[in-house]
Design a protein around this ligand. Structure first.
Ligand SMILES: [Zn+2]
Length: 406
């Protein structure tokens, strides 16, 4: 207790985040070396991008952290800056590694043949956060846009689900952060899009489950995927939705898409082992900018704004990457359901469905629907729970499928 408390500034919190990000990518960089890595990037950030870190530093100033002496074992009863008991503090990096190892094992046991991989429909998820409020336990990420693509290698992507979600009231003191994060990314208003951002969380969950049940295909239970760097926040926001709806969540877990790509790549290779590295999959394949300027893959709003921070285009691009990489390896003919439509598609190629966004739906329909009580249990095994949500009879044809025209 003798050492003087060291003030942690905004840059320190930036380094913490970057260190966590590097750890996710498999690089363990000690804190003393972080400033050399983070410094140049920090100096390039705009004031708006730095704002969340200044707020975290201010927050800590108001709620001082007890000094931790690493040479002494923590005594029961002492807490860290998040209020967690030091004696019960978890090694999050190790837990994450263990979770990934388990997921990779499950995927390996589920996808054992080329046929199994090509015929299985998977569900690709993205949720845009309205804002990221890392210091708030229950509102760490507030959702504002959600998209799901049902995809299989043989059929490509024909069905999508999309909606704007109302993030609820922005916690007091965080409005500026939320606004600046929105301005830097998706540009959705912090108070939701009038008439479009939905607060009927229970209905959204029921629609999601209905979408998955309707389009599931293949020998195994439906599996949900998100890109590694967003899978934690997608998982968090799905549970946030369930909490707001007052139900238990029906999805067991969100898998990392990179792990699936490596498993499919192993199946495609003659040696049975993937030659891809995780870093390559994440940074080389999935972070492609090749499709940034495709038209017609974003939701109507983001298409009009030419804004690439769109959940719809994000999941669409995952499907293009999967098709582009795997269809030739599995000898699957590429159709317009696999890749963005080109102006001169040869005759005879199957035309994919085209996403019709929610804006075309008469306003007030969603709000007027009575949602029956939902009783959801934990999923059995790995996928959805056996219990079926009662699905309200709503404007589904307009939401989930399309008229095939552009
Ligand atoms: Zn969008």
């Amino acid at each position: 207790m003798s050492s003087k408390k060291k003030q942690r500034n905004a840059f320190f919190f930036y380094m913490l985040d970057m260190q966590e990000e590097l750890r996710r990518q498999g690089r363990n960089v000690p804190m003393p070396q972080m400033s050399a890595i983070a410094g140049p990037k920090w100096s390039q950030l705009s004031d708006a991008e730095k704002a969340p870190y200044h707020i975290r530093a201010k927050h800590e100033k108001r709620n001082p952290t007890p000094v931790i002496d690493p040479s002494r074992p923590p005594r029961a009863g002492k807490m860290d800056c998040t209020g967690e008991l030091l004696s019960e503090r978890r090694d999050l990096a190790a837990e994450l590694e263990e979770k990934r190892r388990r997921q990779a094992e499950i995927l390996k046991s589920l996808f054992t043949s080329k046929r199994g991989a090509t015929d299985q429909t998977i569900f690709l998820f993205d949720i845009q956060p309205q804002c990221t409020l890392k210091e708030l336990e229950s509102d760490r990420w507030l959702p504002c846009e959600l998209a799901i693509c049902a995809y299989s290698l043989t059929e490509g992507s024909k069905h999508n689900y999309h909606c704007f979600i109302h993030p609820g009231p922005i916690p007091i003191g965080y409005r500026y952060v939320a606004q600046s994060q929105s301005d830097q990314t998706h540009m959705l208003p912090v108070d939701g899009l009038p008439g479009q951002s939905r607060k009927d969380y229970r209905l959204i969950l029921a629609e999601m489950q209905h979408f998955i049940e309707t389009h599931r295909k293949g020998p195994i239970e439906p599996l949900l995927f998100a890109k590694r760097d967003v899978s934690e926040r997608v998982d968090f926001m799905l549970k946030w939705l369930a909490r707001k709806a007052g139900v238990e969540f029906f999805i067991d877990q969100v898998y990392e898409l990179e792990l699936l790509i490596m498993q499919w790549d192993a199946l495609a290779s003659s040696s049975g082992r993937s030659s891809l590295t995780l870093i390559y999959v994440t940074e080389g394949l999935l972070n492609t900018s090749s499709y940034d300027y495709e038209t017609g893959i974003k939701c109507k709003l983001h298409d009009k704004e030419e804004n690439k921070f769109c959940s719809m285009s994000t999941v669409k691009i995952y499907t293009f990457v999967l098709s582009d990489h795997f269809c030739p390896k599995f000898s699957i003919p590429i159709t317009s359901a696999h890749l963005p439509e080109q102006p001169n598609i040869p005759a005879g190629i199957v035309k994919s469905d085209v996403f019709v966004p929610r804006m075309n739906i008469p306003r007030g329909v969603a709000a007027s629907q009575e949602v029956p009580p939902i009783t959801m249990g934990r999923g059995r095994g790995r996928g959805l729970s056996g219990k079926q949500l009662p699905i309200p009879q709503v404007r589904e044809p307009a939401r989930f499928t399309s008229n095939g025209s552009k």
